[in-house]
Design a protein around this ligand. Structure first.
Ligand code: GDP
Ligand code: MG
Length: 446
């Protein structure tokens, strides 16, 4: 189950099941969102399939024809009955593509459903296809666990993950002695695994309670560096903005968000002191209920930010209601006292008239396109401006004999004036209070 350790990039085939309650545009935009979530995990989406069904509750999930078709697209690794006459259900052009390695559409090795599957449905489909199968919740849990950074967030996500996994555990092949050892009388290894998960869950819940108690009593700690957090719905352009502002090319080439620390980067061109930009886990339209608490706590890193950029896709007609949700949730998370800027992104998709109308409606917002370097520059200037407001000015006297310190000051503070005297240099500097206090202490200790 853990996706994180896989060295190769998974090729994912997405499946959408349209039901009378879930169809048309709603199903399409949900599938597009799933594609983005799956890409966020570093998978490559190689195709999608959809099928109309009366519900998503059938034990086989899909019709047999469709399953056979999907089995072909995943390289026929499962136990689906191949003797079936498939000619009328398979799109032959897709089959040709699968067989030829040169075509962009190679075999998929992961299948992701844009709905929730019960443990037995998941097992059925996985057996039939012989490749790893995920449902929407499974994907979202994996994303959250990669974004969770605070202890509370990690605990909550782990609880959600175990809750999700517990009923999906299977009988493991016997012969694993270590696994068998703790087994109670008459307990199968599956029962043992389930018991372990329950124990682990109980332990995590206890730990969570104690962490939360501990946090309550502690004063909110200010991070030393000025930190900007990008918040908003998935697809608003947060990661693109992050990349544009931090010049993190590596991030684009490598698997996106393969590790947690890729979500915090220094603003480029580098400022003194440095400004950090963090990309938070995006809001999702229909967040499964069990994940709400973990989502909130993964957002908690926004609490440490000095500035929040509310990024919206201004070309999406539903952005106003999305913005309301973002506001509401962040209020719940407790970030009301942090300075905010509304960023109306994807302006390149809007006409001049539409842009004017939006600026009338949101006079304090900034209109951007992550594709326009001028806009990125404007945003950079805004951020630096806000960071500077928080800085204080001070005067530092350094003897010429203490040369090393001057280099240190130059690399960590902004120097506004230098006066050269007979035996010392007088520097007027701007920096944050913590950095200044640390420097003064260093100088005293010299
Ligand atoms: N037209 C346009 N597309 C954009 C802009 N910014 C991002 N995108 C696209 O929107 C999609 C989502 O971007 P991403 O940065 O991954 O959004 P995130 O989910 O908020 O991190 C991608 O296909 C981007 O290429 C923009 O300013 N204009
Ligand atoms: Mg993103």
């Amino acid at each position: 189950m853990p996706l994180t350790d896989k060295p190769t990039i998974n090729r994912a085939l997405l499946i959408s099941i349209c039901t009378p309650q879930f169809k048309g545009e709603e199903a399409e935009s949900s599938l597009a969102e799933l594609a983005r979530l799956v890409t966020t995990l570093g998978f490559k989406v190689v195709g999608s399939q959809s099928q109309k069904q009366s519900s998503t509750q059938k034990s086989s999930v899909l019709g047999s024809g469709k399953l056979a078709e999907i089995a072909r697209l995943t390289g026929n690794k499962g136990d689906i009955d191949e003797t079936q006459d498939l000619d009328d259900v398979i799109d032959l052009s897709a089959m040709d593509a699968v067989q030829s390695e040169n075509l962009p559409f190679g075999c998929a090795d992961v299948v992701v459903f844009d709905c929730d599957l019960s443990p037995s449905q998941l097992r059925n489909v996985e057996n039939q296809l012989g490749v790893e199968v995920f449902d929407r919740t499974g994907i979202i849990i994996e994303i959250f666990s990669r974004h969770a950074r605070t202890r509370t967030a990690r605990l909550q996500v782990e609880i959600a993950r175990l809750n999700y996994l517990a009923p999906r555990l299977r009988e493991s092949s016997s012969g694993n002695n270590e696994r068998q050892m703790g087994k109670g009388a008459g307990e199968t290894s599956l029962e043992l695994d389930r018991r372990k998960v329950r124990d682990q869950l109980a332990e995590l819940r206890r730990e969570l309670v104690s962490v939360q108690d501990e946090l309550k009593g502690r004063r909110k700690q200010r991070s030393e560096l000025f930190c900007v957090a990008l918040v908003g719905y998935t697809n608003a352009g947060k990661s693109s903005m992050m990349r544009a502002m931090t010049g993190s090319e590596v991030l684009v080439e490598n698997k996106l968000f393969a590790t947690l620390d890729t979500t915090v980067r220094a603003l480029q061109p580098m400022t003194q002191p440095r400004i950090l930009v963090s990309d938070t886990v995006g809001f999702i339209k229909k967040l499964p209920h069990d994940l709400v608490a973990s989502f909130h706590s993964t957002l908690a890193e926004a609490q440490d930010a000095s500035l929040l950029l509310y990024v919206v896709d201004a070309s999406d007609p539903s952005f106003r209601s999305q913005l309301e949700v973002v506001h509401h949730v962040l209020e719940e998370v407790g970030v009301d006292d942090i300075k905010k800027l509304l960023v109306l992104n994807k302006s390149d998709q809007l006409s001049d008239e539409q842009q004017d109308a939006l600026m009338d409606e949101f006079p304090d917002a900034m209109m951007t396109s992550t594709r326009d370097p001028q806009d990125i520059k404007k945003l950079h200037q805004y951020i630096v401006g806000v960071a500077e407001e928080e800085m204080i000015e001070d005067e530092i006297i350094v003897a010429y004999t203490a040369k090393g310190i001057i280099g240190e000051i130059r690399s960590s503070m902004s120097i506004t004036r230098e006066e050269y005297e007979y035996d010392h240099i007088k520097l007027s500097v701007r920096s944050n209070a913590i950095e200044l206090a640390r420097l003064k202490k260093r100088m005293k200790d010299l």
